[in-house]
Design a protein around this ligand. Structure first.
Ligand code: DC
Length: 222
């Protein structure tokens, strides 16, 4: 039986960075499910379909293929109609697109089997918003990772600046707060801790401390 660890939480809580390092330590595969919603967001954006144009997005779903693959470094690659779009999906614009399209129930259904199949065939640490509640309700360990909005915005801001992007802190904070609201107030699979999840707040922890804390929780519950 494969082991699944679910990590959910709001944007910028450090899920991906922490989960990636923890997966390496445990020799699990790390699956970033946000990338799937981002790929659909990117496809809508490229085709001139508004992120809230439900009909347009539903039509789009009939024409696209979203897949996950892993490169030689065991890093996730997301394929949109066979094209590696892994780095193109990491812009603030596509973040907001992803948040909007993720509220559409058919988009969530479209991606469900793909996510579950990853966990059927591998030991996974999967991060997202609804992994512990919907995608993998039987996950062995469920962690809800969070931090204050300001701390999360600062982390995201530093990341974007490091990538050479021209962004303002207030805009990043505003994006974080808006996405939190969208993600936790949608009707289908809203962001919320599973009843049996372990809550971890990383506001006062640096990366190393956060990773250590998660790994110790995982080892304790495995
Ligand atoms: O984790 P992320 O920031 O890359 O996710 C982008 C958007 O995708 C996020 O705002 C909400 C959505 N998402 C989701 O609804 N469910 C998931 N399991 C993962 C992401």
């Amino acid at each position: 039986m494969n082991i699944a660890i679910a990590i959910d939480g709001p944007a910028g809580a450090g899920k991906s960075t922490i989960a990636k390092l923890a997966a390496k330590e445990l020799s699990f595969i790390y699956v970033d499910t946000g990338a799937l919603y981002r790929a659909i967001g990117l496809s809508a954006y490229r085709n001139g379909i508004g992120s809230k144009d439900v009909e347009g997005i539903l039509e789009l779903l009939n024409t696209i293929k979203v897949e996950l693959a892993f490169n030689e470094n065991h890093e996730q690659v997301v394929l949109l109609n066979g094209e590696d779009v892994s780095s193109l999906i990491r812009t603030p614009e596509i973040s907001m697109y992803a948040s909007d399209v993720s509220a559409i129930p058919q988009v969530r259904a479209f991606l469900l089997d793909l996510q579950r199949n990853m966990a059927k065939t591998n030991n996974v640490i999967m991060d997202g918003r609804d992994i512990g509640t919907v995608v993998l309700p039987d996950a062995k360990i469920k962690i809800f990772l969070t931090a204050s909005a300001e701390v999360r915005a600062k982390r995201r801001y530093d990341e974007l600046i490091e990538k050479g992007m021209d962004v303002k802190f207030d805009d990043v904070l505003n994006d974080v707060v808006t996405r939190d609201y969208n993600d936790s107030h949608r009707e289908t699979a809203p962001l919320k801790p599973a009843d049996d999840s372990i809550l971890v707040d990383t506001s006062d922890l640096d990366l190393e401390q956060s990773v250590a804390k998660l790994i110790s929780i995982m080892k304790e519950h495995m």
